[in-house]
Design a protein. Structure first.
Length: 583
C-alpha cells in the first residue's frame, strides 16, 4: 500500500496519509495536507460559532443580535436586507494583486463586505436561534430544523416541547438528553432510543417506566437495572423523591457509577459497514469521523447531517453534499466545495465564506447567486478560467506565513488569524475539550467574556431544594451559575415545564448544562484498543458476563480503533461481546 508519513506543521507530530487518502486528493486536485487530522479539525472549528450571540451595531446603526462579535471588525447587515435586491456583494470586488499573498488580500475583503447577522429561515417566534430552519416558538436553538416549543436545543430535528437536548430527532417532552430518537417524556439521559416515561437512561432502547438504567433493551419497571412489578416500581419511585435537587443528584451519582460497570460498545453507532468513528449511523466506508448519519466514503469529518458522500475534512452540516474538502459550517446541495465556510447550495467554489448559490467562484465572501467571481469581482467565463490557474500557482509561489511561521499555500484552509471569532466563542471548547492554555498554545485567540450587566439576585445554592417549594416568581430572579458564576434565568415557559414534570430547578446556566451533556461522548481522538472481556467477566472483574461468548473462558482476542483511551475506567467490549451481553 502506497502511504506517506509527514510531520504536522502545527503540532510537529508525525501522521500518515494512506493510499485511499492520496487517491481522494488526486481526484479533487489538491495537494496532500501538511497538518495532521486533529490540527486540521481545530483549525476549521476556530471558524465555527455553534451557540454564541453578540450584541453589535449593524450597518444601519441599529443594535442587533449577531453571531459575529464586534471585535471581529466585520460589518454586520440585517439578514433580510442582505437577501434583498438592495445588497450586492460584487460592488466590493477587488482586483487580484499578484504582488501580495492571497490571504492578505482576502483579509481586506472580509473586513470590507457586510455579512448577514445570522443564518436561518422560516423562524416563527424563534429569533434567538441560528443555523436553523422551520422553527416555531423556539429559544436558543442551533443547527436544528422542524422544531416547536423548544429551548436550548442543538442538532434537533422534529423535536417538540423539549429543553436542553443535543442530537435528538423525532421526540417530544425531553429534558437534558444527549443523542436519541423516537422518545417521549425522557428526562436526563444519553444514547436513548424509542423510550418513554423514564429518568436517567444511558444506552437504552425500547424501554418505558425505568429509572437510573444502563444498557437495557425492551424493559419496563426497572430501577438501576433491577426489575420490579408495576406497583413496586411506582412505590419506590415515590420514595426516591426525585423532585428534590439533592435527592436527584444522589441518584445521578449512583446512575453514573452503574455506567462504569455495564459493558458498552467500543463505539457509538448502528447499521454501519466499514466504519471507524464515534456516533455514526447508517453509513458506509467512513473513517475517523465524529457524529454523522448516512455518510459514504467520508473521512476526518465531524457533525454531518445525512447525505454526505466522497468528502474529507468536513465539519458541521452536509445534506446532499459531495466532493467537499476542508470546509466548515456549510451544507445543502454542495458539489466540489473546497476551503470554505458557511456556504450553501454552491458548486465548484474555493476559499469562499458566508455565501449561497455560487458557481465557479474563488476567494469570495457574502455573495448570492453569482458565477465566475474572484475576490467578489465579476469576470466572464473565459476570463475566470484563464486567471484562476495563475492565482493557484501564485498561492504556491507567494504563500502566507502566520505569526507562528506556519505556511499557507494552496491546499490549506484559512489561517486562524482570519477567523472572526475567539476560539472560546466556537465549538472548540466542548468538541475538542480545549482550555485557555491549549487554545493559546495552538496560536488561537482567547477573549474573556464581557462582564454581565445583570445584578445577581440569588445564588444557585440558595434555590429551593424541591420543585414544589417554588412558584412562577422564580423567573424574576437572576441566578448565579454554580460552575461559571455567570448570570442566568429560569424563563417562565421553562419553569412551567419543570413544574409540570416534577424536575428540580437547574443550578447551572444553559452553557454549563450543555458542557455536562457533552461528556456523554468522547473526544474525536482515536486509539488502538482491545476488548476488555476477559472470559467470564470483564477485566478486573467489574462486570460478570451473563452469556457464553465465542472465546469461552479465554480473554477476547478482538481489537478495534476506538475513542476510549486505554486508561479509561469504563467496561468497553467489542461488537461481538457487546451483542452477547446487551442486545
Amino acid at each position: 500500500m502506497n502511504t506517506e508519513t509527514k510531520t504536522c506543521q502545527s503540532c510537529k507530530q508525525e501522521f500518515t496519509i494512506d493510499s485511499v487518502d492520496l487517491t481522494f486528493y488526486e481526484k479533487i486536485e489538491v495537494p496532500p495536507p501538511t497538518w495532521c487530522p486533529w490540527c486540521r479539525m481545530v483549525r476549521r472549528m476556530a471558524f465555527w460559532n455553534e451557540r454564541s450571540f453578540f450584541r453589535v451595531i449593524d450597518t444601519e446603526g441599529k443594535s442587533i443580535l449577531s453571531t459575529y462579535p464586534s471585535e471581529s471588525l466585520l460589518k454586520i447587515i440585517d439578514k433580510d436586507l442582505w437577501f434583498s435586491d438592495a445588497f450586492d456583494g460584487t460592488t466590493y470586488g477587488m482586483e487580484y494583486d499578484f504582488s501580495r499573498s492571497f490571504f492578505e488580500q482576502y483579509k481586506e475583503l472580509l473586513e470590507a463586505v457586510p455579512v448577514p447577522h445570522r443564518s436561518g429561515s422560516n423562524l416563527v417566534n424563534s429569533e434567538y436561534s441560528n443555523n436553523a430552519d422551520n422553527l416555531k416558538n423556539c429559544y436558543m436553538c442551533f443547527n436544528s430544523n422542524t422544531c416547536e416549543n423548544c429551548m436550548y436545543t442543538v442538532f434537533g430535528s422534529k423535536v417538540k416541547d423539549s429543553i436542553d437536548t443535543n442530537n435528538i430527532s423525532s421526540s417530544t417532552l425531553l429534558y437534558d438528553v444527549d443523542t436519541g430518537s423516537d422518545c417521549n417524556k425522557v428526562f436526563f439521559g444519553g444514547e436513548v432510543d424509542s423510550s418513554y416515561n423514564s429518568w436517567l437512561l444511558y444506552d437504552c432502547d425500547n424501554v418505558s417506566d425505568c429509572f437510573g438504567c444502563v444498557g437495557l433493551r425492551g424493559k419496563k419497571y426497572h430501577i438501576f437495572n433491577i426489575a420490579y412489578s408495576k406497583d413496586e416500581y411506582m412505590k419506590k419511585l415515590e420514595e426516591m423523591n426525585i423532585g428534590s435537587y439533592g435527592a436527584l443528584e444522589q441518584h445521578k451519582k449512583r446512575w453514573r457509577d452503574l455506567m462504569l460497570r455495564v459493558p458498552r460498545r467500543y463505539y457509538s453507532g448502528v447499521q454501519n459497514t466499514q466504519v471507524i468513528g464515534e456516533n455514526i449511523c447508517h453509513s458506509k466506508n467512513v473513517k475517523y469521523c465524529f457524529k454523522g448519519c448516512s455518510l459514504e466514503n467520508v473521512a476526518y469529518s465531524q457533525a454531518l447531517a445525512p447525505g454526505v458522500k466522497d468528502s474529507y475534512d468536513f465539519t458541521n452540516w452536509g445534506i446532499n453534499a459531495e466532493l467537499v474538502y476542508e470546509t466548515v459550517d456549510s451544507g445543502t446541495n454542495l458539489h466540489n466545495v473546497k476551503f470554505s465556510y458557511q456556504c450553501v447550495q454552491s458548486s465548484d467554489i474555493y476559499y469562499c465564506l458566508i455565501s449561497m448559490n455560487l458557481k465557479d467562484c474563488f476567494g469570495c465572501t457574502s455573495l448570492r447567486g453569482k458565477q465566475y467571481c474572484i475576490l467578489n469581482k465579476q469576470y466572464t467565463k473565459e476570463e475566470y478560467e484563464a486567471i484562476l490557474p495563475k492565482i493557484l500557482q501564485h498561492m504556491r509561489d507567494v504563500p502566507y506565513i502566520d505569526s507562528r511561521g506556519r505556511i499557507f499555500t494552496y491546499g490549506e484552509f484559512f489561517p486562524s488569524e482570519l477567523s472572526p471569532f475567539a476560539a472560546n466563542e466556537t465549538a472548540l471548547l466542548e468538541t475538542a475539550n480545549m482550555n485557555k492554555d491549549d487554545i493559546l498554545n495552538f496560536g488561537l485567540v482567547w477573549r474573556e467574556p464581557k462582564a454581565t450587566e445583570y445584578k445577581i439576585t440569588l445564588q444557585a445554592l440558595d434555590l429551593p431544594d424541591h420543585i414544589s417549594q417554588t412558584n412562577e416568581t422564580i423567573s424574576q430572579e437572576i441566578i448565579e451559575c454554580l460552575d461559571c458564576h455567570r448570570a442566568y434565568r429560569v424563563a417562565p415557559v421553562e419553569f412551567a415545564f419543570l413544574k409540570e414534570n416534577g424536575i428540580p430547578l437547574p443550578r447551572k446556566c444553559h452553557n454549563c448544562r450543555f458542557k455536562d451533556r457533552a461528556t456523554f461522548h468522547n473526544l474525536p481522538r482515536w486509539y488502538q484498543g482491545s476488548c476488555t472481556c476477559n472470559g467470564s467477566a470483564s477485566l478486573k472483574g467489574v462486570y460478570q458476563n451473563q452469556a457464553e461468548h465465542f472465546h469461552g473462558t479465554e480473554p477476547c482476542p478482538n481489537t478495534y480503533v476506538t475513542t476510549y483511551s486505554p486508561d479509561r475506567p469504563e467496561v468497553v467490549y467489542c461488537e461481538q461481546c457487546y451483542q452477547q451481553e446487551i442486545v
